[in-house]
Design a protein around this ligand. Structure first.
Ligand code: UDP
Ligand code: MG
Length: 411
C-alpha cells in the first residue's frame, strides 16, 4: 500500500472501458505514475461496461497488487454514459477526473486540469485541439455538433465529446445522466450552477483495439441535441421558482418546446389551440405548395398537430410527476421508459429522418404519397424525441446499469 493511499481518498480517476484488454494495464500504470507525483490520496476507478474480451481478467489481476485500483463490472454493456455515471456515483474523492480507457487521452494532462479546477471552477473540460481521429467521419461531424450544441444550449465549449474532464464531486454528483448524455455534461451541469473552464489537452491516435462508434453516432447526436434543448428548458424552468409551472414564452419558442410548455399550463386549452396552429401551419403551407391539393395537406397536418399535442401532454405530465417524485405512471409513459433506454428504440431518429427525406424525394413523382411519408417521418422522429424526454425525466428512478462485481469496493 502506497503512503498516499493511507489517507482519505481525495482524488478519483474514473475510466469507462469496453473491450479494451490491450489498453487497461498500460493506462493504469500511466495514471498511477502521474497521481503519485500529485501527492493526493487517490483511487483509479475502472468501470468495465460488460466487456466480452479479457478486460476484466486483466483488471482483476491488477487489483490484487494495486489497492488504489477499484473495478466495477456491469452485468451487461450499458453504454459509455452509464459507465461514467457509475464512476461518478462510486467515486470517493472531492475532485474527480474522467477519461477514456483507450490511451487516446493523456494522463499527463491531469495535473493541469486539477490546477485549473482549483482556480475556482466546478468543471474543467479538455479540448482536443489537434485531434488524432479520422477527418470526415470524426473531426468534421464533431466541429458541427459542438457548434450546434453551443448555439442550442448557450454553453459554447469547443469539445463536448472529450472525456478528459475534471469535476468538483459535489457538483457532478447532482447532474442526472442517461442515454448518451455524457456529450452534454457541460451544458447539463449549468443546471446545477457549475462554473466551467476549458483547457487544451493532448490527444493520441488509437493504438490498440477499435473505436466503439461509427457514423450512426451522427444521427443520435442530432436527435439528442433537439431532445436536450427541451430537457434544458424544462429543468431550468423548474429550478427557477418564479417560472415554475408557468408558460415561458422565450425558452419555449426557441425549440420544439411550445408543445410541452403549451400543454403544461393552467390555461392549457387556449395554448393547445395556439400550439396546434403554429405546428400545423408550416405543413399546411408546404403541403399546399408542393401538392396543390390542400385537402390532403390539411388532413395530414391536423393529424400531425394532434399527435404532437397528445405526446406533448403525456411528456409534460410525466416530467411534472417525476419532479414531484410521484411513482404512479401511465401505461404510455411506462412503455416509453421500458423501450427508450434500449438501443433499438433509438433508431426512431434515423428511421424518421429517412422517411422524411424519402417522402421529400417521392413528392416529385408521387404527389399523393410523398407528403404522407414526410409527415410520418416527422411523427416517428417526434415519438423518439418525446420518448427520450420521458426517459430523461425518470433518469433518477430508472437505473440503466446493473453492477455485477465490485473489486476493492471497500478500499
Ligand atoms: N466505452 C464504454 N462503453 C461503450 C462504448 C465505449 O465504456 O458502450 C468506452 C470505451 O472503452 C472508451 C471510451 O468509452 O474507453 C470511448 O470510446 P471510443 O474510444 O470507442 O470512442 P471514440 O474515441 O472513438 O470517440
Ligand atoms: Mg477513443
Amino acid at each position: 500500500m502506497t503512503k498516499n493511499h493511507e489517507k482519505k481518498t481525495t482524488l478519483s480517476i474514473a475510466v469507462p472501458v469496453y473491450n479494451e484488454e490491450e489498453n487497461v494495464r498500460l493506462l493504469f500504470e500511466k495514471i498511477q505514475a502521474v497521481c503519485e507525483t500529485i501527492g493526493d490520496a487517490y483511487e483509479v476507478l475502472f468501470v468495465d461496461d460488460g466487456s466480452q474480451d479479457k478486460t476484466f481478467e486483466v483488471l482483476s489481476e491488477l487489483c490484487k497488487q494495486a489497492p488504489t485500483l477499484r473495478v466495477i463490472r456491469f452485468e451487461k454493456n450499458a453504454g459509455q454514459t452509464a459507465a461514467m455515471a457509475a464512476g461518478f456515483e462510486f467515486a470517493q474523492g472531492q475532485r474527480i477526473i474522467s477519461m477514456d480507457g483507450d490511451l487516446q487521452n493523456d494522463p499527463g494532462d491531469i495535473p493541469k486540469l486539477l490546477e485549473k479546477l482549483d482556480q475556482g471552477y466546478d468543471l474543467v473540460c479538455g479540448w482536443r485541439k489537434t485531434r488524432q481521429d479520422k477527418f470526415w467521419t470524426r473531426r468534421v461531424p464533431s466541429v458541427v455538433a459542438n457548434w450546434l450544441i453551443g448555439k442550442v444550449t448557450g454553453v459554447p465549449i469547443h469539445d463536448n465529446g472529450c472525456s478528459l474532464k475534471a469535476y468538483r464531486a459535489s457538483v457532478i454528483k447532482q447532474v442526472p445522466l442517461y442515454g448518451e448524455m455524457h456529450r452534454f455534461i457541460p451544458a447539463m451541469s449549468t443546471v446545477a450552477g457549475a462554473r466551467i473552464a476549458e483547457i487544451v489537452v493532448t490527444h493520441h491516435p488509437r493504438r490498440f483495439g477499435k473505436s466503439k462508434y461509427g457514423l450512426g453516432r451522427v444521427w443520435r447526436v442530432m436527435l439528442d441535441i433537439i431532445a436536450f434543448k427541451l430537457i434544458l428548458s424544462v429543468f431550468r424552468q423548474s429550478n427557477n421558482p418564479a417560472k415554475r409551472g408557468k408558460y415561458h414564452l422565450q425558452s419555449s419558442l426557441k425549440g420544439v418546446s411550445p408543445c410541452i410548455a403549451g400543454v403544461n399550463t393552467s390555461s392549457g386549452s387556449r395554448r393547445a389551440v395556439q400550439v396546434a396552429a403554429c405546428l400545423s401551419l408550416p405543413f399546411f403551407v408546404l403541403g399546399g405548395i408542393l401538392l396543390g391539393t390542400v385537402s390532403l395537406a390539411a388532413f395530414s397536418c391536423i393529424g400531425l398537430g394532434a399527435s404532437l399535442l397528445g405526446l406533448g401532454a403525456v411528456t409534460a405530465r410525466v416530467i411534472g410527476k417525476a419532479q414531484q417524485e410521484s411513482v404512479e405512471l401511465g401505461t404510455l409513459a411506462r412503455f416509453f421508459i421500458s423501450r427508450c433506454a434500449r438501443r433499438p428504440f433509438r433508431c426512431f431518429g434515423p428511421v424518421g429522418s429517412m422517411l422524411l427525406v424519402l417522402g421529400g424525394i417521392l413528392t416529385i413523382w408521387m404527389p399523393n404519397l410523398g407528403p404522407v411519408l414526410m409527415n410520418s417521418g416527422i411523427l416517428v422522429c417526434c415519438c423518439g424525441l418525446f420518448g427520450e424526454l420521458i426517459v430523461f425525466a425518470n433518469a433518477k428512478r430508472v437505473k440503466d446499469y446493473t453492477v455485477e462485481t465490485f473489486l476493492n469496493a471497500n478500499n
